[in-house]
Design a protein around this ligand. Structure first.
Ligand code: PGA
Length: 254
C-alpha cells in the first residue's frame, strides 16, 4: 500500500495480561513480525508489564507505548504515573484521552491537552483519542464533538509538537462492540479531523499528521480501512491480545 504517511498500528492491551502473559505475547509478536519494516508497530501493555516487555522489544521493530500518564511530573498524586517514569522503560508513545478514560475517569479535553504537553516535554509521542458516541452521531453532532475534542485536546501544542503527535479517531460506538465504522464513515471522519488540524496547525503539518482508526479493527477489515486516503493506521484493542490476529492486522495492512 503506497501512502505518503507511514502507517502506525498500535495494540492497546487495556487492563489485560499479567507480566508472564505479556512477555509471552510479545515474544510471539517478535517472531510473527520479524521482517516488517513498512509499518510503525507499537504495543501498549499495562504499566505493570512495561519493564519486562521493554526488555523483550529491544532490538526488534516493535516500539513500546503506555496507556495513560499523569499531567504532573512528580509529587503527591497517589496512583499516578509520570512521563519520566515511563521513559525509564524506553516508552516512546502514550495513549491519551481514550474514550474509556473519558467515560470512566471523567477525563476532559483540558486535562488531556495538559497530558499531551507533559508527554512532549518528556519526548513521548502522544496518541490522542477522539470520537463521538452513538447518541452524538445519531443526533447529527459528530462534527461538533470532533471539533470540540480536537481543539480542546490539542490546545497549546506547537506545530512542531503536533508533528510528533498521533490522533486516533475512535467512534465510541465501535469500540469493543464488533461494530466497525464503514470505510466511508471512517474516511469521512478522518478527512474532517485533518481539516480541523489544517485550521489549527497549517496545511503542511496536517498533511504529515497520522490519524489512526480504532474500533473493532480485525484482520478481516484492516486492509479496507487502511486503504482509505486519510486512514494512517489503527489503534487495536481486543484483536491485539492475540499474536496471530494482531500480526495479521499488520500484515494485511501493508
Ligand atoms: P477494540 O478497541 O479494538 O476492542 O474495539 C479499540 C480501542 O479501544 O482502542
Amino acid at each position: 500500500m503506497n501512502k505518503d504517511r507511514k502507517l502506525i498500528i498500535a495494540g492497546n492491551w487495556k487492563m489485560n495480561k499479567t507480566v508472564a502473559e505479556s512477555v509471552a505475547l510479545v515474544k510471539s509478536l517478535k517472531i510473527e513480525l520479524a521482517n516488517i519494516r513498512e509499518v510503525d508497530m507499537v504495543v501498549c501493555p499495562p504499566f505493570t508489564a512495561l519493564s519486562e516487555v521493554s526488555k523483550e522489544v529491544l532490538e526488534s521493530g516493535i516500539r513500546l507505548g503506555a496507556q495513560n500518564m499523569s499531567e504532573q511530573n512528580y509529587g503527591a498524586f497517589t496512583g499516578e504515573i509520570a512521563a519520566g517514569m515511563l521513559k525509564e522503560f524506553s516508552v516512546r508513545y502514550v495513549i491519551l484521552g481514550h474514550s474509556e478514560r473519558r467515560q470512566y475517569q471523567k477525563e476532559g479535553d483540558e486535562l488531556i491537552s495538559k497530558k499531551a504537553l507533559a508527554a512532549h516535554a518528556a519526548s513521548l509521542r502522544p496518541i490522542v483519542c477522539v470520537g463521538e458516541t452513538l447518541a452524538e452521531r445519531e443526533g447529527g453532532l459528530m462534527e461538533k464533538v470532533l471539533t470540540t475534542q480536537v481543539h480542546g485536546s490539542l490546545a497549546g501544542l506547537t506545530p512542531e509538537q503536533m508533528d510528533e503527535t498521533i490522533i486516533a479517531y475512535e467512534p465510541v460506538w465501535a469500540i469493543g462492540t464488533g461494530r466497525t465504522a464503514t470505510t466511508s464513515q471512517a474516511q469521512e471522519a478522518h478527512a474532517f479531523i485533518r481539516k480541523l488540524v489544517t485550521g489549527i496547525f497549517g496545511e503542511a503539518v496536517a498533511k504529515r499528521v497520522r490519524i489512526q482508526y480504532g474500533g473493532s479493527v480485525k484482520a478481516g477489515n484492516a486492509r479496507e480501512l487502511m486503504s482509505q486516503p486519510d486512514v494512517d493506521g489503527a489503534l487495536v484493542g481486543g484483536a491485539s491480545l492475540d499474536a496471530r490476529s494482531f500480526s495479521d492486522i499488520i500484515k494485511n495492512s501493508i
